[in-house]
Design a binder for this molecule. Structure first.
Ligand code: NAP
Length: 297
């Protein structure tokens, strides 16, 4: 029987955290200071609260300093932009994130573009986004960076492979396609809501990366034998057997697609922990650049 391997993001993220912890200890022993990640949360969206909490907990695990600033959902856009400028100028903060989504009255574009690119550890600013295709890239978008790292650590070749990315959002799908094409040297097909006959494209994928937000979008008939599947989606699916009334599921019908895949990420425990690990890697990098000037961002 053919072998299928689970891409264990939780385990790889934990390995990365151990490596970062060591670096932090070395920094401290040389008289340096721990990297400092700050997060801004506007409103009380349940999943966002969980994501930010998980990021703060990860900082603690690796020995980073962390600051969490929570604001009410009615916060004025202008006030948020001022806070961001304050974070940009704060010498103690190496990197920060503004947790998305934001309330509708606040422009995400304006918010992102106010973040100083050298502190943009989510990798969302236009400058960091554009530099994905530069040999001297800046801070990479955290989720696609995490996916690339996961593929690298499982020694999954991307060069010359056909990578199909479903979804072309600014945060995940679009930068994922760029990274696979440029760093990964894959041949990339980018699919989205207007793609006719999605299965026609996904069936050609050697590597299938799905970032949509629709449970069970990808079924067994839509993939070929031996495909590598990276499921970025995180969906809450009603489940009366669970105490909280729901369970988390990806965009891929895991049970049936796993039977044909050579590698597949689970949800949860796949890409999610890798996104946090990438955020930590970006913060460490930003901190080193600021304090040691050993590399230009
Ligand atoms: P998003 O901004 O809503 O983008 C979804 C993308 O999917 C869009 O490009 C959309 O196309 C496309 N799409 C929607 N329906 C489609 C369909 N039926 N067929 C093909 N494409 C379709 O979401 P996102 O921020 O990229 O996030 C996607 C998913 O990943 C969500 O479940 C989110 O929770 C999850 N996520 C996970 C992590 C992690 O760390 N694991 C991080 C970020 C996001 P159009 O733009 O043309 O409408």
């Amino acid at each position: 029987m053919k072998k299928m391997t689970i891409l264990d993001g939780k385990k790889i993220a934990s390995d990365i955290e151990n490596e970062i912890s060591l670096e932090v200890q070395q920094l401290l022993s040389r008289g340096g200071r721990a990297p400092h990640l700050a997060a801004i949360l506007v409103g009380d969206d349940g999943p966002s609260l969980t994501y930010v909490d998980n990021k703060v907990k990860a900082c603690k695990r690796v020995g980073f300093e962390s600051t969490l600033m929570k604001f009410s959902s009615t916060m004025a856009e202008e006030k948020l932009l001022k806070e961001i400028v304050r974070f940009n100028e704060d010498e103690d903060i190496d990197g920060f994130i503004v947790q998305l989504p934001l309330p509708a009255h606040i422009s995400e574009e304006k918010v992102i573009e106010t973040i100083a690119p050298e502190k943009d550890v989510d990798g969302f600013t236009n400058q960091n986004y554009g530099r994905i295709i530069s040999p001297h890239h800046g801070l990479l978008p955290a989720t696609p960076y995490g996916v690339m790292e996961l593929l690298r650590r499982y020694k999954i070749p991307t060069k010359g492979k056909h990578a199909v990315v479903v979804g072309h959002s600014r945060v995940v799908g679009a930068p994922m396609g760029l990274l696979l094409a440029h760093e990964g040297q894959a041949t990339v097909t980018q699919c989205h809501i207007d793609t006719h006959d999605l299965g026609y494209f996904t069936r050609q994928a050697d590597i299938l990366c799905v970032a949509v937000g629709k449970p069970n979008l990808i079924t067994a008939d839509m993939v070929k034998e031996g495909v590598v599947v990276v499921d970025v989606g995180i969906n809450r699916v009603e489940d009366a057997t669970k105490k909280r009334g729901y369970r988390l599921a990806g965009d891929v019908n895991f049970d049936e697609v796993a039977k044909k895949a050579s590698f597949i990420t689970p949800v949860p425990g796949g890409v999610g922990p890798m996104t946090i690990a990438s955020l930590l890697l970006n913060t460490l990098h930003a901190s080193k650049v600021r304090t040691e000037g050993n590399n230009k961002l």
